[in-house]
Design a protein around this ligand. Structure first.
Ligand code: RB5
Length: 145
């Protein structure tokens, strides 16, 4: 799967680990930065990754900051984006099954590496359930109009 990954300085360490994991799992990763721990503004990275997902340049996006909050808020401002901040596998699973999330947000200062990689795997390997949930997701997207 084609995946864009982005982070700020607070998420850099985990972004590198997630990137290696994705490549080892056979995914095509577009890493749009940041590339070190120098302070940057998370909205710039959340927006850029979200725009790539919204345009269909990649199938999914993964964004990481210290808490996962700021960068998910920024990503969700881009039309067509449903970015889910997940702290456990259950949230990751439900974000796909029920919400058809197209982006995942992680907090490097909130969760450990092991949980983070399990969340990533569940997120990328779970399909949207559709059915009654499709109507609800459509209602979310209508709010953008
Ligand atoms: C940066 O210090 C921090 O505010 C950022 O990574 C993120 O946690 C914001 O939501």
């Amino acid at each position: 799967m084609k995946v864009v990954i982005a982070c700020d300085h607070g998420g850099f360490e985990l972004k590198e680990i997630v990137k290696k994991h994705l490549i080892a799992s056979g995914h095509f990763v577009n890493d749009i930065g940041t590339y070190n721990i120098e302070s940057v503004d998370y909205p710039d990275y959340g927006k850029k990754a979200a725009e790539m997902v919204a345009k269909g340049e990649v199938e999914k996006g993964i964004v990481i900051c210290g808490t996962g909050i700021g960068i998910s808020l920024a990503a969700n401002k881009v039309s067509g984006i449903r970015c889910a901040l997940c702290t456990n596998e259950y949230m990751a699973k439900m974000s796909r099954l029920h919400n058809d999330a197209n982006m995942l947000s992680l907090g490097n200062r909130v969760i450990g590496t092991g949980i983070a990689l399990e969340i990533v795997d569940v997120f990328l390997n779970t399909e949207f359930e559709g059915g009654r949930h499709a109507n609800r997701v459509n209602k979310i997207m209508e709010i953008e109009k």
